[in-house]
Design a protein around this ligand. Sequence first.
Ligand code: COA
Length: 248
Amino acid sequence: MHAITHTETWTGARGKRRRSFRQPRDHVPVRLRAGGSAAIRPLHSGEEAPLLAVFDQMSSTSRANRYLVGLPRLTRSMIDALVRVDGQDHVAWLGSVDDRPAGIARYVRVGPATAEVALEVADADHGRGLGTALLDAVTSLACLNGIRRIQAIVLPDNRPSQRLLTKIGVPLLPSGSALEGEGSLRLLDPPRVDRAAVVTLATRALDARDAPDGSWTTALDPPARSCRCPEAVSPRCSPPWQPGPDRS
Ligand SMILES: CC(C)(COP(=O)(O)OP(=O)(O)OC[C@H]1O[C@@H](n2cnc3c(N)ncnc32)[C@H](O)[C@@H]1OP(=O)(O)O)[C@@H](O)C(=O)NCCC(=O)NCCS
């Protein structure tokens, strides 16, 4: 199959119909607070460069907030684990601003219907809505992939994360020197991303992963496989939700 879609357009004055061709989108555009925009897309398996680029743009405080300990650099085993995404049990989405990697959010399945969520945004981009948009993307996909319970762990001073996590249903309680919690996953309301576009791109990425040449653009309008439920756009991740295979 050829890797393009086509659309019909009108050429204006002469009213003549012209066929134009358009590449399928490899990202979902997101409008940021106070102007500007970001492009979000799935992180590919083994894709280390954006992970390291975002990490490099984080202060030591932000790194500690993300990894719960101060880290001058990510260790080899951490990098390997963080890029071992599979589109279903470990899903990570990258946000870029002007082609610069600026944030990553992920969920990792830790039980049949339970996942842990984590995210990080470059310090210079904090407060622009990128973290919220990335979290919306990954929690929407988590919901589609059968996740019903969501958990997280944060440091007590990390107010932005606490605000975000509370909104998706994680009740945070003191646990040792951190705050920890697990609750029923709720999708952000109102949505902060075009969830239909996120699902389409996630599905295409999964299909491309299985394509012989690994190309992203080989699979157009594929049947939804992991992402089966159009109710992904519903703000509540609860019945009448009918996801794919029940893993519980
Ligand atoms: C947590 C983090 C990912 C949020 O990313 P972000 O792009 O700044 O988030 P957003 O701009 O979408 O804002 C999310 C919420 O935090 C609030 N917020 C953002 N920056 C803030 C700041 N510096 N102080 C107080 N609140 C802040 C926002 O107002 C927003 O809340 P609201 O929607 O109720 O107004 C980012 O601060 C970060 O990378 N921190 C370091 C790593 C980390 O803490 N990871 C989470 C642990 S799992």
